[in-house]
Design a protein around this ligand. Structure first.
Ligand SMILES: [Zn+2]
Length: 306
C-alpha cells in the first residue's frame, strides 16, 4: 500500500470530504454571506460533487471558492495528489514530472505547481527570534537577471536571495532582494528579526554595524578561514542554501526573476515543515492544504501569458 492509495486521492467524493474536514472544521461556511446555518448539501444526479446551498443568501457554493482550486477544472483528487507529491519531494518536482505522473497536460501541471507554491507562502510575517534566540542571516546568488551584463567579479547579473533561519523554531524565511548592500539588507533584517535576538552572519559588509540593533551580532570571518566559533556560525542557513540550489539546479533550471519568490516560498515551506522538526509527509500536506485559502492566483498573475 502506497501512501497515495488513500481514498481521497482516487475518489472525488472522498477528496472533497477530506478538504472540507480541514477547511471547514466546524461545518460548511457560505463564502457569499459568511453564514453557517441553514446550509444543505445539494443532492441529485446532476449535482456537482461537493455542492452546497445556503438558504440564507440562497446561493450555491463548494469548498473550492476562494481557494487556489477555484476556477480549475482539475479534479480535487488530482489536486490532493499533486500537493502530496510537491510537499513531500525534498528537492521539489518539475511541472514535467507532475504532468507525467498525474496525466494532465504540461500547461495544467505548470499552473497547478504555481498555485501550490502560492499556497506554500508563509502567511505569518511576525518577526523571528526573541530573547536570546539565535537567528542566522545570509545571502546567495542564483541564475541570471535577463539583460544585465556579467562583470568580472561582480554579482549584478545574478538573482539575489536573502534567507533568515530561526534556530529555535527551525523555520526559514527567504526573499528576493535587488541588491546585496547595507541599504537594502539591513531594513529587511531589522524588520524580520526581533531586536532581543542574537544575529548570526558572516563578515559581509551588508551586516556591518547591526550589533547596535540586536542583543548580539556574532559573525565569523570566512576570509580568514573561520566558519564556527562556539555557536557563532551561519552553517544552518548555508545548509538551507545547498538544498535550495540542488533543487533549483536539478529541477527548476529556467527560473525567471518574476517566479523566484514562489520557488523560495516552496523551499522555505518544506524546510520549515521538515521531518527533522517532527513533521511527516501527510501532516506536511495537511499544513499545505490549510494554505490554499485566499491565495487564488489568476492565470495572468502566474505569468502564463509571458
Ligand atoms: Zn450564504
Amino acid at each position: 500500500m502506497s501512501n497515495l492509495s488513500a481514498s481521497h486521492f482516487h475518489n472525488e467524493e472522498a477528496a472533497y470530504a477530506y478538504v472540507e474536514a480541514r477547511l471547514w472544521p466546524n461545518g460548511p461556511v457560505c463564502p457569499h454571506c459568511g453564514g453557517v446555518e441553514r446550509i444543505s448539501k445539494m443532492q441529485g444526479e446532476s449535482t456537482r460533487v461537493g455542492a452546497y446551498k445556503c438558504y440564507q443568501c440562497r446561493k450555491p457554493f463548494t469548498v473550492k471558492i476562494g481557494t487556489i482550486f477555484e476556477d480549475s477544472k482539475v479534479s480535487m483528487r488530482l489536486w490532493l495528489q499533486a500537493m502530496y507529491l510537491i510537499a513531500g519531494s525534498k528537492k521539489g518536482m518539475s511541472s514535467n514530472q507532475l504532468h507525467r505522473i498525474l496525466g494532465v497536460t504540461l500547461k495544467t501541471a505548470w499552473f497547478m505547481s504555481h498555485r501550490i507554491r502560492e499556497a506554500m507562502r508563509e502567511g505569518d510575517l511576525a518577526p523571528m527570534g526573541g530573547d536570546g534566540i539565535a537567528v542566522e542571516a545570509d545571502e546567495t546568488f542564483i541564475g541570471r537577471v535577463p539583460g544585465v551584463a556579467m562583470k568580472q567579479g561582480g554579482y549584478q547579473h545574478r538573482m539575489k536571495v536573502l534567507s533568515l533561519i530561526d534556530r529555535n523554531t527551525g523555520k526559514a524565511r527567504s526573499m528576493v532582494v535587488d541588491k546585496v548592500n547595507l541599504a537594502t539588507i539591513q531594513p529587511i533584517v531589522k524588520a524580520n528579526i526581533l531586536a532581543e535576538s542574537r544575529l548570526m552572519t558572516d563578515e559581509a559588509n551588508c551586516y556591518h554595524g547591526l550589533g547596535r540593533h540586536f542583543a548580539e551580532h556574532g559573525f565569523t570571518s570566512h576570509s580568514r578561514g573561520v566558519y564556527v566559533m562556539g555557536d557563532v556560525h551561519s552553517n544552518t542557513v548555508e545548509g538551507f542554501f545547498s538544498i535550495f540550489k540542488r533543487g533549483m539546479r536539478g529541477i527548476y533550471q529556467h527560473c525567471s526573476p518574476k517566479h523566484l519568490h514562489r520557488y523560495l516560498a516552496e523551499f522555505d515551506f518544506r524546510y520549515s515543515n521538515r521531518s527533522a522538526l517532527g513533521i511527516e509527509d501527510s501532516e506536511r500536506a495537511d499544513i499545505l492544504l490549510r494554505g490554499v485559502v485566499g491565495r487564488r492566483l489568476t492565470y495572468e498573475r502566474a505569468g502564463a501569458t509571458a
